[in-house]
Design a protein around this ligand. Structure first.
Ligand code: CP
Ligand code: NVA
Length: 308
């Protein structure tokens, strides 16, 4: 079974082929109305379940539209409305869903839920975000970087703020695509050592630099994300804001990076917190290209999973 669970678990050559495929599919339908199907219908006759145990705008809409453009059908399910949220095991849910649908995308809390779904499903399972990683986002982000700046290999990507799930998938991608990363944030919010060491083991540089100004020197890409993720307790909000305030991406910080450094954010953003509106709406920001590229990258991921 070909699951898409994480970037470091997927062969680097396959990841590259997926991105090339995504770019080709994007070009092929440029300028078409969003609801018009692609020329090919690789998902004709396929039913895809999209399960959300957390809120979503981009993941929900981009997967739904992507499946339809490729001729398939979707079913969007909320974890709470399913028996899954009321005691049915993940394993049994996976076995049952596999009798009805051809592929499962799940956004959940614990990584173990995703893994259990994958272990027991007899159809491909895609990670639509867990507390620990967000691989579909970073596939879209690499596509975006390469569209704007050419090959990502050898570039310097600086992550500002919380070493969270999105940061973890960026570190996975650094190892697989061969780019360097710098993390700048408070020591209490460092990415897990496993993610840092995993990237280093693949031969790329991962630095921790507490001073955000020093961190962004020569950066090709500066990335921010929310200071409080969906799985973080709201009781930690004030403490997180206090710890992270010094890592806000604003025009002063962007001025310390390369003049053409891209600003990226997976969204949703909190304007005036982790990033200012000036940067989000500024000339170096590619945030809405990133959002669009979720669609194209995920279409390639789904085709890879199904082998179509
Ligand atoms: N970036 C992202 O995954 O957005 P949603 O939470 O809206 O899906
Ligand atoms: N780090 C964020 C990403 C949202 C797409 C979260 O997990 O809430």
């Amino acid at each position: 079974m070909t699951h898409f669970l994480d970037i470091h678990k997927t062969d680097a050559g396959e990841l590259r082929r997926m991105l090339d495929h995504a770019a080709a599919m994007k070009t092929a339908r440029a300028g078409r109305p969003k609801g018009m199907p692609d020329d090919e219908s690789p998902l004709a006759g396929r039913m895809v379940a999209l399960i959300f145990e957390k809120p979503s705008t981009r993941t929900r809409v981009s997967f739904d539209v992507g499946v339809r453009q490729m001729g398939g059908q979707t079913m969007v399910l909320s974890g709470n409305d399913m028996q899954l949220g009321h005691g049915e095991t993940i394993a049994d849910t996976a076995r049952v869903l596999s009798r009805y649908v051809d592929m499962i995308m799940i956004r959940t809390f614990e990584e173990t839920t995703l893994q259990e779904m994958a272990d027991h499903a007899t159809v491909p399972v895609i990670n639509g975000l867990t507390n620990r990683t967000h691989p579909c986002q970073i596939m879209a982000d690499i596509l975006t970087i390469e569209e704007h700046r050419g090959p990502v290999a050898g570039k310097k990507v600086v992550w500002c703020g919380d070493g969270n799930n999105v940061c973890a998938s960026f570190l996975h991608a650094a190892g697989q695509f061969g780019f360097d990363m710098v993390f700048t944030g408070p020591p209490t919010l460092d990415p897990e050592a496993e993610f840092i060491e995993g990237a280093r083991a693949k031969g790329v540089s991962v630095e921790i630099e507490r001073d955000p100004i020093r961190a962004v020197a020569d950066a090709d890409v500066v990335v921010a994300d929310t200071w409080v993720s969906m799985h973080d307790s709201q009781t930690t909000k004030e403490r997180r804001h206090n710890q992270l305030r010094a890592y806000q991406v604003n025009t002063d910080l962007m001025a310390r990076a390369k003049p053409d450094a891209l600003f990226m954010h997976c969204l949703p953003a909190h304007r005036g917190e982790e990033v200012t509106s000036e940067v989000m709406d500024g000339p170096n920001s590619v945030i809405f290209d990133e959002a669009e590229n979720r669609l194209h990258a995920q279409k390639a991921i789904m085709r890879w999973c199904l082998g179509v």
